[in-house]
Design a protein. Structure first.
Length: 180
Protein backbone atom coordinates (compact mmCIF):
# COMPACT_ATOMS: atom_id res chain seq x y z
CA UNK A 1 0.00 0.00 0.00
CA UNK A 2 1.60 3.24 -1.16
CA UNK A 3 0.98 6.42 0.81
CA UNK A 4 1.11 9.71 -1.08
CA UNK A 5 2.25 12.87 0.66
CA UNK A 6 -0.29 15.31 -0.70
CA UNK A 7 -3.85 15.17 -1.95
CA UNK A 8 -2.84 16.34 -5.47
CA UNK A 9 -0.17 13.60 -5.64
CA UNK A 10 -2.74 10.99 -4.62
CA UNK A 11 -5.21 12.24 -7.23
CA UNK A 12 -2.52 12.16 -9.93
CA UNK A 13 -1.80 8.58 -8.88
CA UNK A 14 -5.49 7.68 -9.14
CA UNK A 15 -5.53 9.06 -12.69
CA UNK A 16 -2.36 7.16 -13.55
CA UNK A 17 -3.74 3.89 -12.16
CA UNK A 18 -6.95 4.26 -14.17
CA UNK A 19 -5.03 5.17 -17.35
CA UNK A 20 -2.75 2.15 -17.05
CA UNK A 21 -5.37 -0.44 -16.05
CA UNK A 22 -7.31 -0.78 -19.28
CA UNK A 23 -10.32 -1.98 -17.25
CA UNK A 24 -12.48 -0.61 -14.44
CA UNK A 25 -10.81 -0.55 -11.02
CA UNK A 26 -12.88 -0.92 -7.84
CA UNK A 27 -12.74 1.97 -5.37
CA UNK A 28 -11.43 -0.41 -2.71
CA UNK A 29 -8.48 -1.42 -4.93
CA UNK A 30 -7.73 2.22 -5.76
CA UNK A 31 -7.83 3.03 -2.04
CA UNK A 32 -5.47 0.19 -1.24
CA UNK A 33 -3.00 1.38 -3.91
CA UNK A 34 -3.07 4.99 -2.67
CA UNK A 35 -3.26 4.30 1.07
CA UNK A 36 -6.74 5.70 1.72
CA UNK A 37 -10.26 4.40 2.27
CA UNK A 38 -12.75 3.68 -0.50
CA UNK A 39 -14.77 6.70 0.67
CA UNK A 40 -11.77 9.02 0.20
CA UNK A 41 -11.38 7.59 -3.32
CA UNK A 42 -15.06 8.39 -3.99
CA UNK A 43 -14.44 11.99 -2.86
CA UNK A 44 -11.26 12.25 -4.97
CA UNK A 45 -13.13 10.91 -8.02
CA UNK A 46 -15.83 13.58 -7.53
CA UNK A 47 -13.20 16.34 -7.41
CA UNK A 48 -11.38 14.99 -10.46
CA UNK A 49 -14.66 14.94 -12.38
CA UNK A 50 -15.25 18.62 -11.54
CA UNK A 51 -11.76 19.33 -12.90
CA UNK A 52 -12.85 17.87 -16.23
CA UNK A 53 -11.50 14.32 -16.11
CA UNK A 54 -13.95 11.90 -17.83
CA UNK A 55 -14.19 9.28 -15.08
CA UNK A 56 -16.95 6.70 -15.48
CA UNK A 57 -18.41 4.63 -12.64
CA UNK A 58 -19.52 1.07 -13.34
CA UNK A 59 -20.56 -1.83 -11.13
CA UNK A 60 -16.99 -3.13 -11.54
CA UNK A 61 -15.25 0.13 -10.65
CA UNK A 62 -13.95 3.36 -12.15
CA UNK A 63 -12.25 3.98 -15.46
CA UNK A 64 -10.98 6.99 -17.35
CA UNK A 65 -12.95 7.41 -20.56
CA UNK A 66 -10.18 9.08 -22.55
CA UNK A 67 -9.09 8.16 -26.01
CA UNK A 68 -5.77 6.37 -25.79
CA UNK A 69 -3.13 9.01 -26.21
CA UNK A 70 0.58 9.41 -25.98
CA UNK A 71 1.54 11.74 -23.12
CA UNK A 72 4.84 13.49 -22.53
CA UNK A 73 6.19 15.79 -19.83
CA UNK A 74 8.02 18.79 -21.26
CA UNK A 75 9.90 21.62 -19.60
CA UNK A 76 9.59 25.07 -21.11
CA UNK A 77 10.54 28.64 -20.31
CA UNK A 78 8.98 31.80 -21.71
CA UNK A 79 7.34 35.10 -20.80
CA UNK A 80 3.70 35.91 -20.07
CA UNK A 81 3.46 37.45 -23.53
CA UNK A 82 4.41 34.10 -25.09
CA UNK A 83 1.81 31.97 -23.28
CA UNK A 84 -0.72 32.14 -26.12
CA UNK A 85 1.90 31.30 -28.74
CA UNK A 86 3.15 28.32 -26.71
CA UNK A 87 -0.37 26.91 -26.23
CA UNK A 88 -1.32 27.59 -29.88
CA UNK A 89 1.80 25.77 -31.06
CA UNK A 90 0.73 22.62 -29.19
CA UNK A 91 -2.91 22.81 -30.34
CA UNK A 92 -2.05 23.67 -33.97
CA UNK A 93 0.09 20.55 -34.25
CA UNK A 94 -2.63 18.25 -32.89
CA UNK A 95 -1.82 18.17 -29.20
CA UNK A 96 -3.50 19.20 -25.99
CA UNK A 97 -2.03 20.69 -22.83
CA UNK A 98 -3.21 18.62 -19.89
CA UNK A 99 -1.69 20.62 -17.04
CA UNK A 100 0.92 23.07 -15.88
CA UNK A 101 3.40 22.32 -13.13
CA UNK A 102 6.19 24.21 -11.40
CA UNK A 103 8.91 22.86 -9.19
CA UNK A 104 9.07 25.42 -6.38
CA UNK A 105 12.02 25.20 -4.00
CA UNK A 106 9.89 25.84 -0.90
CA UNK A 107 6.48 24.42 -1.87
CA UNK A 108 7.65 21.50 -4.03
CA UNK A 109 5.58 20.47 -7.05
CA UNK A 110 2.58 22.67 -7.73
CA UNK A 111 0.26 21.42 -10.47
CA UNK A 112 -2.93 22.80 -12.00
CA UNK A 113 -5.10 21.09 -14.62
CA UNK A 114 -5.50 23.01 -17.89
CA UNK A 115 -7.11 20.57 -20.35
CA UNK A 116 -6.51 22.94 -23.27
CA UNK A 117 -7.57 21.17 -26.46
CA UNK A 118 -8.54 23.96 -28.86
CA UNK A 119 -8.33 27.68 -29.59
CA UNK A 120 -11.48 28.43 -27.60
CA UNK A 121 -9.82 26.93 -24.50
CA UNK A 122 -6.72 29.04 -25.20
CA UNK A 123 -8.79 32.24 -25.54
CA UNK A 124 -10.61 31.56 -22.27
CA UNK A 125 -7.34 30.88 -20.44
CA UNK A 126 -5.59 33.93 -21.87
CA UNK A 127 -8.62 36.14 -21.13
CA UNK A 128 -8.61 34.96 -17.51
CA UNK A 129 -4.93 35.83 -17.23
CA UNK A 130 -5.29 39.21 -18.96
CA UNK A 131 -8.34 40.17 -16.91
CA UNK A 132 -6.17 40.07 -13.82
CA UNK A 133 -8.05 37.18 -12.20
CA UNK A 134 -4.69 35.51 -11.67
CA UNK A 135 -1.24 35.21 -13.15
CA UNK A 136 0.48 32.20 -14.73
CA UNK A 137 2.40 29.83 -12.46
CA UNK A 138 5.48 30.47 -14.60
CA UNK A 139 5.85 33.85 -12.83
CA UNK A 140 6.81 32.06 -9.61
CA UNK A 141 9.77 30.31 -11.25
CA UNK A 142 11.19 32.94 -13.62
CA UNK A 143 9.31 31.50 -16.58
CA UNK A 144 10.30 27.85 -16.07
CA UNK A 145 7.45 25.35 -15.94
CA UNK A 146 6.31 21.92 -17.12
CA UNK A 147 3.36 20.63 -19.12
CA UNK A 148 2.00 17.18 -19.71
CA UNK A 149 1.06 17.29 -23.37
CA UNK A 150 -1.00 14.64 -25.13
CA UNK A 151 -1.54 13.62 -28.74
CA UNK A 152 -2.79 10.62 -30.68
CA UNK A 153 0.75 9.47 -31.55
CA UNK A 154 4.30 9.82 -30.25
CA UNK A 155 5.29 11.30 -33.61
CA UNK A 156 2.95 14.24 -33.03
CA UNK A 157 4.55 14.81 -29.63
CA UNK A 158 7.96 14.75 -31.32
CA UNK A 159 6.78 17.37 -33.81
CA UNK A 160 5.37 19.56 -31.03
CA UNK A 161 8.60 19.33 -29.04
CA UNK A 162 10.67 20.17 -32.12
CA UNK A 163 8.55 23.26 -32.87
CA UNK A 164 8.61 24.45 -29.25
CA UNK A 165 12.39 23.98 -29.31
CA UNK A 166 12.67 25.88 -32.61
CA UNK A 167 10.78 28.76 -30.99
CA UNK A 168 13.20 28.69 -28.04
CA UNK A 169 10.68 27.54 -25.42
CA UNK A 170 12.03 24.05 -24.65
CA UNK A 171 14.66 23.67 -21.95
CA UNK A 172 16.48 20.65 -20.57
CA UNK A 173 15.33 19.13 -17.31
CA UNK A 174 17.78 19.15 -14.46
CA UNK A 175 18.83 15.77 -13.01
CA UNK A 176 16.55 16.14 -9.97
CA UNK A 177 13.59 16.97 -12.26
CA UNK A 178 13.72 13.77 -14.34
CA UNK A 179 11.20 11.94 -12.11
CA UNK A 180 8.56 14.70 -11.97
Amino acid sequence: MAKFGTVPERRRQLLALMREAGQPLPGEALGKETGVSRQVVVQDIAVLRTEGYPIVSTSRGYYLDEPKQAVRLIKVCHTNEQVEDELSTVVNLGGSVLDVMINHRAYGKVTAPLNIKNHRDIRMFVNDIQSGKSSPLLNVTSGYHFHHIAAEQEEILDEIAEELDRKGYMVDRLPYEIEL
